[in-house]
Design a protein around this ligand. Structure first.
Ligand SMILES: [Zn+2]
Length: 96
């Protein structure tokens, strides 16, 4: 049988540990902020979705430029532009 006193102690322990967690979290945030090069603006712009999207874009762009395509090659020669792409691969790079 548990006494009301025990229950109260347990509850208090929970509150303290929650406060402790909050304090530790705050300490971590403060440490991060104190680091040189910490820039909240850059940090915000590097959302996982953005990073993933730009990764996919890079992959797509890379694969399009690495493709051995006669049309691309012809366009590159004609325009004297090594980055020229045929319609198909241009669309691929643009994500169509
Ligand atoms: Zn092509």
């Amino acid at each position: 049988m548990s006494s009301p006193g025990e229950a109260f102690q347990e509850q208090e322990f929970t509150i303290v540990s929650k406060r402790e967690k909050k304090r530790i979290t705050q300490e971590g945030v403060d440490k991060l902020r104190a680091k040189p090069g910490w820039d909240p603006t850059t940090f915000r712009s590097e959302r996982p979705e953005d990073t993933l999207q730009s990764l996919n874009q890079n992959k797509r762009t890379q694969s399009a430029y690495e493709t051995e395509c006669d049309l691309c090659g012809e366009l590159r020669k004609q325009n004297d532009d090594p980055t020229a792409l045929c319609e198909v691969h241009l669309k691929e790079v643009l994500g169509f």
